[in-house]
Design a protein around this ligand. Structure first.
Ligand code: WT7
Length: 597
């Protein structure tokens, strides 16, 4: 089966097929990937435990799908075109051949440093090609990667490293984002004071900041590569992985104070990321795809690394931010590399929109044929601006709804196939069975209704467990409503059966497309010695979608309020990271409470 649907009629036909014969449908999709051994059974599942196994008995290595299989015909196709933070610095191009060789080389470095199948490796790197190389090198040898976004604090990193007992960390001396230098290695050093499982740190040279290297623990990336070169064997055979072996852990926030390690497995995740990339974006050979996410989030895992590379696509990887050194940065990149498909977040669109038309002047955006949006509901104004100013009304917009736990896009138009509607994620992809339920878990049928969004049948990219705590996975996603995966989102299904996601129905905020638990922020605020109690809620924010609003009760009355405010912000930055900083802090003397407190 071709991964791409070409007409709306075909969509309807294939969708019905995928619901009536899910195993046959997914077996056909999976056949377009390279397996070392075929599966005995497509699917075994129950949502009660939950236990979900896709492509049982099959073996594979995802990097053979992302690298080796392209070497025959597409070895010289650019896999990654890297655009640095500073436009004055040279860009880099890695062809599939070059990326393959670098991944093998670094995989051997990992082995030399004691990493083996099943070990957990924490990756804390800036958006440079070596981040993708490190991720793929882990996958090559069957080590489990846990990428931590470069904006998280030492404390957050330590929590994540300890939760997964990582033995190895890959980082850089520092990184650049906009006009900021990020002291990545210093932050790692702070984190590792609390982490006893880590015995090796591999440090990439990026910023040339002065850092300290700890003897016996820290080694330079470049030195280790040299050692591998002198050992003479550039190849690294791909480890044979069971379809249900863990590929990676990625931490995400929930309604409790502690982030959970979402676990994805090799076979199902590969199939789902590749299938959704090919189908939703209708990627054609030779097209240039630009996903603006950071690889520290699931969007980057699925649509910079695994999805596009599994399909032999050409990817832009951008180190910087949309507004530096000018708010025309994205449009310069589109112009420079003749980007065909741009995939970004509503928060970036709203932010760029606020600068007016000036940054667009003189930028040739005519290469753009498809646009994507992800991470939060897109408001109509931003949708229309994106459509008119960037797509020139010629480029279909795919508003893609999905979650870290899903592995890939779930509800979305198929570019050029599904008629779109501003603000609507439209229809489920073939293979996805959404339902709306009421408070009691009763399915709400028909159109023109709203409820809580659940999925009633597994798909290959579904979360398998939360690392080290299966019960938490069951409770969070599979216990609210019997026999369904609960998304935590509220949703409307209109008269045409189109889905519109209305936002979270739990205590989770969506700030600039990033998920932040209110309890996590409260915990961080409460670390401040003057704070007695706090309550965090979201409020509508023009650019970020949601802002963080904190009500805080202070201990004694003798306070310089401004100083305390600053200290609280610092505390949150230190405990979680700058992304969770409250936009507003209001000092109060009491908080409303239920009778039970
Ligand atoms: C939450 C998942 C996986 C993408 C990056 C965020 C919200 C995501 C949309 C959309 C409306 C959306 C939901 C979801 N969300 N995409 N197109 N329209 N809301 O991943 O951090 O796991 O967050 O983001 O509320 O539950 P995440």
């Amino acid at each position: 089966m071709n991964l791409q649907i070409k007409s709306f009629d075909e969509y309807k036909r294939v969708y019905d097929y995928s619901v009536n014969e899910p195993e046959n449908f997914w077996a056909e999709i999976a056949s377009s990937f390279t397996w070392k051994r075929k599966w005995d059974k497509v699917l075994e599942w129950n949502f009660k435990e939950p236990n979900i196994e896709w492509f049982k008995g099959a073996t594979l290595n995802i990097t053979e799908n992302c690298l080796d299989r392209h070497l025959e015909n597409n070895a010289d196709t650019p896999a990654i075109i890297w655009e640095p933070n500073d436009p004055e610095e040279d860009h880099r191009v890695l062809t599939y051949r070059q990326l393959h060789d670098k991944v093998c080389q670094f995989a051997n470095v990992l082995k030399n440093n004691g990493a083996k199948k099943g070990d957990r490796v924490c990756i804390y790197l800036p958006m440079v090609p070596e981040l993708a190389i490190a991720v793929l090198a882990c996958a090559r040898i069957g080590a489990i990667h846990s990428v931590v976004f470069g904006g998280f604090s030492a404390q957050s990193i330590a929590d994540r490293i300890n939760d997964a007992s990582c033995s190895l960390v890959i980082t850089a001396d520092g990184g650049f984002r906009g006009n900021k230098d990020i002291p990545l290695k210093d932050i790692i050093d702070d984190a590792l004071v609390q982490c006893r499982s880590v015995n090796k740190v591999i440090v990439l040279t990026r910023s040339r900041a002065a850092i300290s290297m700890i003897k016996g623990r820290d080694v330079w990336w470049e030195d280790e590569i040299k050692k591998v070169e002198t050992q003479g064997n550039p190849d690294c055979p791909a480890e044979e992985m069971d379809a249900e072996d863990v590929l990676f852990i990625l931490y995400t926030s929930g309604s409790t104070g502690k982030p959970k390690g979402v676990v994805h497995t090799c076979g199902g995740y590969m199939v789902y990321a590749g299938y959704t990339f090919a189908n939703v974006f209708q990627y054609q050979p030779g097209e240039v795809f630009f996903c603006t996410a950071d690889i520290g989030w699931i969007t980057g895992h699925s649509y910079i690394v695994y999805g596009p590379l599994s399909q032999g696509a050409t990817n832009i990887m951008f180190e910087g931010i949309p507004t530096w050194p000018t708010p025309g940065r994205f449009w310069d990149i589109v112009d420079k590399y003749k980007v065909n498909i741009l995939y970004t977040a509503p928060t970036a669109i709203r932010s760029l929109m606020s600068f007016g038309d000036e940054p667009l002047q003189g930028k040739d955006l005519s290469s753009i044929t498809k646009l994507g949006s992800v991470g939060e509901p897109i408001n109509e104004e931003a949708w229309h601006w994106y459509n008119e100013k960037i797509g020139k009304k010629q480029a279909p917009i795919v508003d893609t709804w999905w979650q870290t736990e899903n592995g890939g896009i779930m509800i979305s138009p198929i570019a050029g196939v599904t008629p779109t509607k501003p603000g609507y994620a439209t229809l489920p992809l073939p293979g996805i069975q959404p339902v709306l339920v009421d408070e009691n878990g009763k399915e709400i049928e028909g159109n023109g209704v709203s409820g809580n969004l659940c999925i009633k049948f597994p798909w290959p990219g579904i979360i398998r467990t939360t690392y080290g705590d299966h019960e938490r996975c069951r409770q969070t996603y599979f216990s609210t409503y019997e026999n369904m995966y609960f998304t935590g989102d509220g949703c409307l299904r209109d008269e045409d059966g189109y889905y519109r996601i209305t936002g979270r129905v739990d205590d989770v905020l969506n700030v600039s497309g990033h998920r932040i638990g209110t309890a996590e922020v409260e915990n961080a605020i409460n670390m401040h010695s003057d704070v007695v109690e706090s309550a965090v809620v979201g409020y509508p924010h023009e650019i970020k979608g949601q802002g963080v609003y904190a009500y805080v009760i202070l201990g004694s009355s003798e306070h310089d309020k401004e100083l305390t405010r600053k200290n609280i912000l610092q505390t949150v930055t230190r405990i979680i990271g700058a992304i969770a900083k409250p936009d507003k802090i209001q000092f109060v003397t009491g908080l409303p409470k239920t009778r039970s407190g």
